[in-house]
Write a protein that binds this ligand. Structure first.
Ligand SMILES: *Cc1c(COP(=O)(O)O)cnc(C)c1O
Length: 408
């Protein structure tokens, strides 16, 4: 990326000619693509010529978004899916086989945790470790380990994985390093800089930003040597080895499972991406001021936010990320009911979802982390009273005033 982050996104579509001199990629809703010379159709199917075959495998509008995400992540190729979960599930299904072993951070998005449980029913063995220390990851490795999975800043307690040292470990051992960059977004952090092989982003969150479309993406950073990966099917080995992984993800993960991002969603997400940097700077600025306000408030006992000096990975987060993000969790003083508190907030909305323009709050143990049960919650450090806050782009004073009145 030669230009800055936002300039690059704004001008990405114009790198190729667009119909009618349009300045952004329009919505191409066609499912079928016709070829005057039927031989070209055959070449597209064989991967010998670029082009579109059938809408389930991609369309020009989604391709324009994929190209933008590749630039944001400094990657070589991206495949979009209809949700972030579809991107994670599609990548797992495409690259893993029964009997493979995966080491995962134990601090996980709830549905990722649930998906990994399902994967283990299909014979993938998944070990969970405290990924804030590379030593724990290294101890869990086995001869059949294929992949290490971590989130940058974990949901909801904001633990920051030992990202760079895990990257070195994976590179040394030839393992796929799969990083969920949703919480940081490529504006705050490019996992490629810590040697990630694959990066997943839930586009639903910060990249879309407006809470009006679901989407997900997997980006190949180009750092992993797919020639050494045993699970590539022979019929995908007829292309450049650099593409083996992403081709297999598109064919096995997207085409076969069918969780395709439609053009309308891709268009909205691309509009969101244009203002990602502006929104994240504002939301992170709000989050830091609010975290300081809440940390000093007598009715709040804990504030988990990487931007506060007492956060265990405060220094690491400062070294790795452009800013500290916009997600935090809090615990109220003994005797205060988290539901009563949430009901007193006037601007802040009690809702799941994160990375929205609006500030959202949720009592996680009773909602998104309820299904996993108390044992797994304890491992993840989730108290019954924990409230997760996803800070939006409201005017800072309004936001702080809302918390002040609700705590009064
Ligand atoms: C939301 C989220 C996902 C899943 O994304 P969806 O688009 O909701 O499917 C995955 N990982 C993290 C960290 C998330 O916050």
């Amino acid at each position: 990326m030669k230009n800055g982050f936002t300039t690059t996104i704004l001008h990405s579509d114009l790198e190729a000619p667009i119909e009618h001199n349009s300045v952004l990629k329009p919505m191409h809703t066609a499912v079928a693509f016709g070829y005057p010379d039927a031989r070209d159709l055959a070449k597209v199917f064989k991967g010998e010529q670029p082009g579109y075959a059938y809408g389930r495998q991609g369309n020009p509008t989604t391709a324009a978004l994929e190209s933008k995400i590749s630039k944001m992540e400094d990657g070589v190729a991206t495949v979009c899916f209809t949700t972030g979960m579809a991107a994670i599930a599609g990548t797992f299904v495409a690259l893993l086989r029964g009997g493979d072993h995966v080491v995962s951070s134990s601090f996980l998005f709830g549905n990722t945790n649930s998906l990994f449980g399902t994967m283990s029913q299909f014979g993938c063995d998944i070990s969970y470790v405290d990924a804030t220390r590379v030593e724990n990851v290294e101890k869990a490795l086995r001869p059949d380990t294929k992949m290490v999975f971590v989130e940058t800043i974990a949901n909801p307690r904001t633990q920051v994985a030992d990202l760079a040292r895990i990257g070195e470990l994976c590179a040394r051992r030839g393992l796929i390093y799969f990083v969920d960059n949703t919480m940081t977004s490529p504006y705050l952090f490019q996992p490629k800089q810590v040697q990630a092989s694959l990066v997943i982003n839930s586009l639903t969150k910060y990249i879309g930003g407006h809470g009006n479309t679901l989407g997900g993406a997997v980006t190949d950073t180009g750092l992993y040597d797919w020639k050494s990966y045993p699970n590539i099917y022979d019929n995908y080995k007829n292309t450049d080895p650099a593409k083996w992984g992403i081709v297999q993800i598109r064919k096995k993960g997207l085409r076969d499972a069918g969780a395709t991002l439609v053009a309308e969603s891709a268009h909205r997400l691309a509009m969101g991406a244009e203002t990602l940097a502006l929104r994240m700077d504002k939301a992170a600025g709000n989050a830091l001021q609010l975290a300081r306000f809440l940390a000093a408030h007598p009715k709040v006992t804990r504030v988990y936010y990487p931007g506060l000096e007492d956060h265990p990975q405060h220094r690491l987060a400062g070294e790795l990320f452009r800013n500290y993000g916009a997600l935090m969790s809090i615990e109220l003083a003994e005797g205060l009911d988290c539901f009563d508190f949430l009901n007193k907030l006037k601007l802040v909305i009690s809702s799941s979802h994160l990375g929205d323009n609006r500030t959202l709050a949720i009592p996680v143990a009773h909602t998104i982390y309820w299904e996993m049960g108390p044992g797994r919650r304890a491992e993840m450090g989730i108290a019954d009273s924990l409230i997760r806050l996803s800070i939006g782009i409201e005017d800072t004073d309004d936001l702080i005033a809302d918390f002040r009145q609700a705590l009064a």
